[in-house]
Design a binder for this molecule. Structure first.
Ligand code: NOJ
Length: 725
């Protein structure tokens, strides 16, 4: 009798205090315990993501999901505080049989409320440590607002400025993307994913989305296996090594096999070779889209293809909740594969601490947003992202003038400075460029304003007013650029020139004979060949976010010396696209030029000037002949030869002139940024790891280090080394 009572008591204790709810147990044990209790339907529900709250992204519109099921695995949360989120979480915890918490995701791309420059701008700072801090702030603001998971970083190497999403990535170079991937993953996830200031990262869009043909969105992409590994895989590999717990499968196909149905990339490489133990979420609708892409006849087949390829979570396709259970019952999807997928999702939830602390504590906006430290980082990152493209006769900085004309449609516009995917950023919280310039020159110069024209259209009625104030000024600061909706998702352009009305405004202003400083804000590199000759100086500030106005004012006055360098080539003309620095070698390097225009870009990758000058000394290597496995160190002295302190980034490239698979003309392998005082010389060093830096991958990702000659290149200096057996 006693035994019966004890067994009954014990089993009811086990019912109420199951092992998976015990925070002291190891995560893997908790997962196994929970999985063993789940029904097929409960398992399937963990693999679906719906939305919650207001959604104003035109590309992501969906019917409002009424009556969210308590068993749902994930929701995209469009809110900016924890309240609604916690209400739905309560439903999951209390009304579902097992009380499995929901994971709430959102696109926190370059900040949550405090908005940082777009990722392309961030890359131009060449300051991954600062980007890590910015991502840390984004994570803190998001997690405290109820978001556990960001769909960021976007690490698609992109070489076609017509593609709107170049704004979201770290530019044209593979290594650069890899470095900033690691920085952002560390920033988002921190050391402890379960802390209330960190979020899960999501590497996207796996893989090759940046190769969308002709810069159009959602279309096909032609990627050979060699190019896949040479160009697109490294950022993902590094991101996985850095601990990113999720990835998003892409819309594009890899030479006919869609990213969301690609067994090779998703399972063979990611899960088996790289041993990723988190999960993959589809992009919005990318499973359903396997039908129009021509690899699935219906939604059920699409679900089968995506799931068996290795996509664990369905973002807004409603294909897994509709068909996965049936596919398992029919034996088309194995129970093992289903269990593995569910375990991956649960693993991320456990690591986030959601089982133990499912609710987001209520806080005020003041406690979460615009903390002084967050704003400081935003301002510094905006400053460091700005690139000085041209500075004829030291037209910049602008001081010792009494009248400044601020002209252009961007000068008073706060909203477009935020850029696309600006999460919960608010335009009204931003100091406009004009207001920041007023404050910067207060008591020193009179600042007047005229927009001159709109961003596009044909209305020239305000040209006269602009010319009138410009004619009275000592210098014209002209703020042109792109609206935020002109870049981002589904925002391709056939030309990357500015609309004609903006160019015409500049032509008219030039007639006044005053110095013109052109300041650009855009989500992509621009075609500037008609504007460049009209400008005395050109700055690009990208879409700089919350503190952009202040940052540009400080650069214009010279309080900040610009140090950004381009992470993406500015072509001379749109017709040159694709144009990027690390193209393969040509059969006839001196021929094959364009007949009508120069064949070189207007501003090449890594170009960026300063208000001071830097002299590069001679390259020195520790050895010129090495065996594989030996260590090599290269150094170069750099002297600040100008009149003020400045920051210089040294980019180290390698060149492999002869190899079994033709290599790019040069490849970035390392960069370093240092502050140099006036007159100071600093030695920049590159510790070359032969295997890592001089090897190359084949079409299946295998690395080779070949014997022979290599060049190490910094600016226009080159030094040769030889690797022998
Ligand atoms: C579609 C976009 O391609 C992706 O980047 C984004 O994360 C999802 N929508 C969710 O908003």
């Amino acid at each position: 009798m006693l035994a019966v009572i004890c067994t009954t008591l014990f089993s009811s204790y086990k019912q109420e205090n199951p092992l998976y709810k015990d925070a002291k147990q190891p995560i893997e044990k908790r997962i196994d315990d929970l999985l063993a209790r789940m029904t097929l339907q409960e398992k399937v529900m963990q693999l679906n993501q719906y939305t919650l709250g207001r959604n104003d992204n035109a590309n992501n519109m969906a019917d409002p999901v009424k009556g969210i099921p308590a068993e749902i695995g994930s929701l995209i949360y469009f809110g900016s505080d924890a309240d609604l989120r916690n209400q739905v979480q309560k439903k999951a915890m209390e009304q579902s049989r097992l009380g499995i918490p929901i994971i709430f995701g959102y696109d926190v791309i370059h900040g949550f409320r405090t908005i940082y420059p777009i990722s392309l701008g961030q890359a131009c700072s060449w300051n991954p440590a600062l980007v890590e801090k910015a991502c840390g702030v984004a994570a803190q603001e998001a997690r405290m607002s109820g978001i556990d998971w960001t769909f960021s970083p976007m690490i698609d190497v992109a070489r076609d400025g017509r593609w709107g999403r170049v704004a979201e990535g770290y530019g044209e170079d593979t290594y650069t993307n890899a470095v900033f991937t690691v920085a952002s993953v560390k920033g988002y996830q921190g050391k402890d994913l379960s802390s209330d200031k960190n979020v899960a990262a999501c590497l996207k869009h796996y893989v090759g989305y940046g190769a969308s043909e002709a810069g159009r969105d959602y279309v096909y992409s032609e990627i050979s296996s060699q190019t896949l590994w040479d160009t697109y895989m490294l950022p993902y590999e590094e991101g996985v090594k850095a601990g990113a717990v999720t990835l998003m499968s892409s819309f594009n196909d890899i030479s006919g096999v869609p990213g969301s149905a690609n067994h090779y990339t998703l399972t063979e490489v990611l899960k088996k070779r790289w041993k990723h133990d988190g999960f993959v979420v589809s992009d919005w609708g990318s499973i359903e889209q396997l039908r129009p892409q021509g690899v699935a006849a219906n939604k059920k087949e699409a679900a089968l293809k995506a799931f068996t390829a290795g996509v664990e979570m369905d973002m807004m396709n409603r294909s897994y909740d509709s068909h996965l259970g049936e596919l398992v019952t029919e034996g088309k999807v194995s129970k093992e594969l289903l269990d593995d997928a569910v375990k991956r999702v649960l693993r991320v939830k456990f690591r986030l601490g959601l089982f133990d602390r499912p609710y987001t504590p209520a806080t005020t906006e003041k406690q979460r947003f615009y903390r002084p430290e967050s704003l400081k980082i935003a301002e510094q990152l905006a400053e460091e992202s700005i690139v000085l493209l041209k500075n004829k006769d030291k037209a910049l900085p602008v001081n010792n003038v009494s009248k400044i004309a601020v002209i252009g449609p961007m000068a008073k516009n706060q909203s477009h400075l935020l850029g696309s995917w600006a999460a919960q950023g608010k335009a009204e919280d931003i100091t406009s460029i004009y207001d920041a310039i007023q404050a910067e020159y207060k008591g020193k110069a009179e600042v007047s304003f005229a927009a001159g024209c709109d961003f596009d259209g044909n209305d020239k009625k305000d040209f006269e007013e602009a010319k009138n104030i410009a004619s009275k000024a000592d210098v014209i600061l002209l703020f042109l650029g792109e609206k935020k909706s002109w870049s981002g998702e589904n925002a391709s352009r056939s030309t990357i020139a500015l609309p004609q009305i903006q160019e015409e405004l500049m032509v008219e202003l030039k007639k006044l004979g005053k110095p013109i400083v052109l300041v650009l804000s855009s989500g992509r590199p621009l075609e500037l060949n008609r504007l460049e000759p009209l400008s005395d100086a050109i700055l690009t500030m990208w879409q700089p976010g919350t503190s952009g106005g202040k940052a540009i004012a400080k650069v214009l006055s010279g309080r900040v010396n610009p140090s950004g360098k381009l992470a993406m080539t500015f072509p001379f003309s749109t017709g040159q696209i694709p144009i990027y620095y690390n193209h393969r070698q040509s059969a006839r390097p001196n021929q094959g030029k364009y007949q009508d225009i120069q064949s070189t870009p207007l501003y090449e990758f890594a170009h960026g000037l300063s208000y001071t000058t830097f002299q590069y000394g001679d390259l020195k290597v520790s050895a010129t002949k090495l065996k594989k496995g030996e260590k090599l160190s290269v150094e170069i002295p750099v002297t600040n030869s100008g009149e003020r302190e400045g920051v210089e980034t040294v980019h180290w490239f390698i060149q492999d002139p002869v190899s079994t698979i033709s290599r790019p003309v040069k490849e970035l392998k390392y960069f370093e940024k240092q502050l140099l005082k006036k007159g100071e010389t600093k030695v920049f060093k590159f510790a070359v790891d032969l295997k890592r830096d001089l090897s190359f991958v084949n079409g299946d990702g295998k690395r080779f280090l070949e014997t022979g000659d290599y060049n190490i290149i910094v600016k226009n200096k080159k030094i040769k080394i030889e690797i022998v057996d």
